[in-house]
Write a protein that binds this ligand. Structure first.
Ligand SMILES: *[C@@H]1O[C@H](CO)[C@@H](O)[C@H](O)[C@H]1NC(C)=O
Ligand SMILES: *[C@@H]1O[C@H](CO)[C@@H](O)[C@H](O)[C@H]1NC(C)=O
Ligand SMILES: *[C@@H]1O[C@H](CO)[C@@H](O)[C@H](O)[C@H]1NC(C)=O
Ligand SMILES: *[C@@H]1O[C@H](CO)[C@@H](O)[C@H](O)[C@H]1NC(C)=O
Length: 376
């Protein structure tokens, strides 16, 4: 969720995130000359190291716990660490021993961090960063968490966020919650990490975890992903279950991955999509999930021949205002070099109304829907 003032700035980063997606997507590794480092490791790297007996989930979790102890006091990307994370790692290591290579799900033994509005029925609290919900007991795991556990992922902890997914007030500070404190952008500590999935993006950017989940109502996955130079993927509403996620509005809320690479985001997406009887919107959306999952479409040359629309108004003006006009055009050159057909200067009718939550009626609608959804 984003307040009206941050909404406009969020939109600017819709295009910036594309640039990070493209640059990260091409960094495929040469497996033949393989030197493994946990720092910055992708799911594919980790999986291979598991199979070669070079790494265990326990070692991976221990690494992240050390990094969290070292950096989280400064970055405040994480509110709670799961006291059972090492136990889950040991269980994954044990299970891997009796399986043949390649037979386990991609997320098996992989640590993941969840935004603090995603419910877990375990020792972790689910509070949206607010003391109001501390000590509350959830009836069950969120639908996406149930799927993650089935895939063998390790729940490493809860990520900080803008309190109540930035629905606390219209003047709240991005990345701040009373329980989490002020999250910091690891690249520029004085700059905003953006929100509301701030901690999810901060933590993968700073290598405090392999992958994470965020939620979005208005830019809350895309904006922090862009600001922290990671890859955010905002699924169509209903593709991922909202059951057990503290709501803003059922017409817009969605849960998606925040990761360091496109491939990692796709592996996480594949694990969390699908039907959940506790969220009716997943029924229809599940018909569109491709057999074999989205990973089938990972392709380092996938941009070739794709038509990509560029909306300069108002985004280019905002970029220019930030001294990023040249950067904007450089990204377009990069896209063209990768074979993209850039359709420049697209105009969106009523763009000023669309970007103004008062004028569009969105503000009134979500305030009403929030009350109903939260009570439910
Ligand atoms: C492997 O990588 C190292 C370090 O980048 C390099 O020095 C070496 O020549 C490479 N070996 C092969 C076989 O490509
Ligand atoms: C699994 O795959 C790895 C790397 O490809 C290989 O080194 C290892 O021997 C394989 N293990 C088994 C049990 O097949
Ligand atoms: C959850 O909150 C309680 C306070 O109500 C606290 O004692 C407990 O340590 C928290 N759980 C974790 C995993 O931090
Ligand atoms: C947004 O719309 C409201 C209501 O129509 C209007 O009063 C306000 O000036 C608009 N804000 C901007 C920045 O255009």
């Amino acid at each position: 969720m984003a307040s009206s003032s941050s909404l406009r700035s969020c939109s600017l980063f819709l295009f910036l995130i594309l640039s990070s997606i493209f640059s990260l997507g091409f960094s495929t590794r040469t497996i033949t000359n393989y030197t493994f480092s946990i720092r910055e490791a992708t799911i594919k790297d980790i999986k291979l190291s598991f199979e070669r007996n070079q790494l265990t989930s326990r070692q991976l979790v221990q690494y992240y716990l050390r990094e969290i102890a070292r950096l989280n006091g400064l970055l405040k990307g994480i509110i709670e660490v799961n006291p059972d994370a090492l136990l889950q790692a040991d269980a994954a290591d044990k299970e891997r021993k009796c399986k043949v290579n390649g037979s386990l799900p991609n997320l098996h033994g992989i640590p993941i961090l969840l935004k603090d509005n995603i419910a877990t029925k375990d020792k972790l609290n689910t509070t949206a960063g607010s003391f109001a919900l501390l000590g509350s007991v959830v009836p069950r795991d969120a639908g996406v968490v149930e799927k993650l556990r089935k895939a063998g992922a390790i729940i490493l902890g809860k990520a900080s966020l803008s309190e109540w997914a930035n629905f606390r007030s219209t003047t709240a500070t991005s990345g701040f919650s009373p329980r989490g404190g002020q999250g910091k952008n690891p690249y520029v500590l004085s700059a905003t990490p953006c929100g509301s999935s701030s901690g999810s993006a901060i933590s993968v950017a700073a290598n405090l975890v392999t992958v994470s989940l965020g939620t979005e109502t208005d830019g809350s996955i895309l904006c922090p992903s862009s600001f922290n130079s990671v890859v955010g993927l905002k699924p169509t509403v209903g593709l991922t279950s909202r059951a057990g996620v503290i709501p803003v509005t059922p017409r817009q809320d969605t849960i998606g991955p925040i990761c360091r690479t496109v491939s990692d985001a796709v592996y996480v997406l594949d694990a969390i999509v699908g039907f959940d009887s506790n969220d009716e919107a997943t029924r229809h959306a599940s018909y569109y999930i491709p057999p074999g999952g989205y990973k089938r479409f990972l392709n380092p040359y996938g941009l070739k021949g794709k038509r990509l629309g560029i909306v300069r108004n108002p985004f280019f003006k905002i970029a220019q205002g930030l001294g990023l006009g040249q950067t904007f055009d450089n990204h377009l050159h990069t896209l063209r070099r990768q074979g993209v057909i850039v359709v420049d200067n697209l105009q969106i009718a009523n763009i000023d109304v669309i970007l103004n939550v008062s004028a569009s009626g969105e503000a009134v609608a979500i305030v009403a829907e929030f009350k109903l959804s939260l009570n439910a």
